[in-house]
Ligand binder design. Structure first.
Ligand SMILES: Nc1ncnc2c1ncn2[C@@H]1O[C@H](COP(=O)(O)OP(=O)(O)OP(=O)(O)O)[C@@H](O)[C@H]1O
Ligand SMILES: [Mg+2]
Length: 271
């Protein structure tokens, strides 16, 4: 069913929906370098940490990376259920790799490591992307470095990409996690969008639903950027509220007062 505001503006769909196809994702020029850095690290079979504030686009960056890496040479496995204990974590990893889950942690570990070695012989480099990694249980973190040890720790048959909120960095830096930290070649941080990035992002998402006009005034965009603090998800949420409010007022242009109105009521509604 089409929302009233989508019809009012004549869009082909909801412009700021989270259901955006991989090939429609947009990267500001400032994030291109970051994506290149991660792809290069993975081509060098390194492991790394990727952190950023909520909603800045970490998971979408992973989707861009999946698209950019040559399909033939890499097998990417994405896990986001980071709240599992060690045993269930390995079971999930088995399932993601298409292996039958074993009953004991030792058997699961053996299955995963044998599989990883097989892929190595086929010259396919496995990459485990662990999203929401700031939520990982300590007993999982304690074990992760073992996953990176192959052939007496002389080979990197597997890359691990730990993705999460900023506090993940601090956890990795804890003394207890130093075996893991020393095997993570680099830490990459995803920053907020700049005001220009926000304006381009909004235009780009509107263009994807067939709207090439400037629906937001530049004042409205500046305010949207500030209220969302340069985070994609908040831009999506506030821009949608602003479009709805403008449609309710029967306006075809979103001006600063509309954005002010929705940001004020969003603040009241947020806990
Ligand atoms: N590169 C992009 N192109 C288009 N839309 C994007 C992009 N990055 C983020 N978004 C939009 O912002 C939303 C939030 O992005 P994403 O889920 O990647 O953030 P996150 O940093 O992983 O958040 P969290 O910390 O909550 O996991 C997405 O659902 C999408 O609508
Ligand atoms: Mg995410």
């Amino acid at each position: 069913m089409t929302s009233a505001y989508v019809t009012h503006f004549g869009f082909d769909g909801a412009p700021f929906s989270k259901e955006i196809a991989d090939d429609k994702l947009w990267l500001p020029p400032s994030k291109e370098g970051l994506v290149d850095e991660v792809c290069d690290a993975l081509k060098d079979r390194e492991s790394l940490v990727l952190t950023g504030d909520p909603g800045v686009g970490k998971t979408c960056v992973l989707r861009v990376i999946r698209q950019r890496l040559p399909q033939a040479g890499f097998r990417l496995t994405y896990c986001h259920n980071a709240t599992l204990g060690r045993r269930d974590f390995y079971r999930q990893l088995c399932l993601a790799l298409g292996l039958s889950p074993s009953a004991t942690a030792a058997a699961v570990f053996w299955a995963v490591s044998t599989h990883v070695e097989e892929l190595g012989r086929e010259r396919v480099h496995p990459v485990f992307l662990l999203d929401e990694a700031h939520l990982l249980h300590q007993d999982v973190l304690d074990h992760l470095h073992i996953l990176l040890n192959y052939q007496w720790d002389s080979k990197a048959l597997l890359s691990l990409v730990l993705v999460g909120l900023q506090e993940l960095d601090a956890r990795i830096d804890m003394r207890r996690n130093r075996s893991l930290a020393s095997r993570l070649a680099r830490k990459v941080s995803i920053g907020k969008l700049s005001p220009d990035d926000t304006a381009q992002y909004v235009r780009r998402r509107l263009a994807l639903v067939g709207c090439e006009k400037d629906v937001f005034t530049s004042d409205a965009l500046a305010m949207l950027h500030e209220a969302a603090d340069g985070a994609h998800r908040d831009i999506d949420k506030l821009a949608t509220l602003a479009l709805r409010e403008a449609a309710r007022r029967k306006k075809k242009l979103v001006e600063r007062d509309v954005v002010a109105r929705v940001t004020a009521s969003d603040d009241v509604e947020s806990p």
